[in-house]
Design a protein around this ligand. Structure first.
Ligand code: FES
Length: 66
């Protein structure tokens, strides 16, 4: 599912970045470009950061990006 339509960034792409060690919304912006155009995706991207942060280390989360 696309999170950021402006840049064509999917939730999978963002999850991969978060599982590689990106640890904040700002870092996610810097490394993927998410929410750097219209900003409409900011809420969804922030939710994804919080979701992955709370489940990091959970194998189900890591498996979802395979
Ligand atoms: S939808 Fe992500 S910056 Fe516009």
């Amino acid at each position: 599912m696309y999170i950021c339509v402006c840049h064509g960034i999917s939730d999978r792409h963002l999850r991969e970045a978060l599982c590689r060690g990106v640890n904040s919304f700002e870092e996610l912006q810097a490394c993927t470009g998410v929410s750097t155009c219209c900003g409409a995706c900011e809420h969804s991207a922030r939710e994804l950061v919080n979701e992955v942060r709370t489940t990091v280390g959970n194998s189900a989360t890591l498996a979802s990006v395979d």
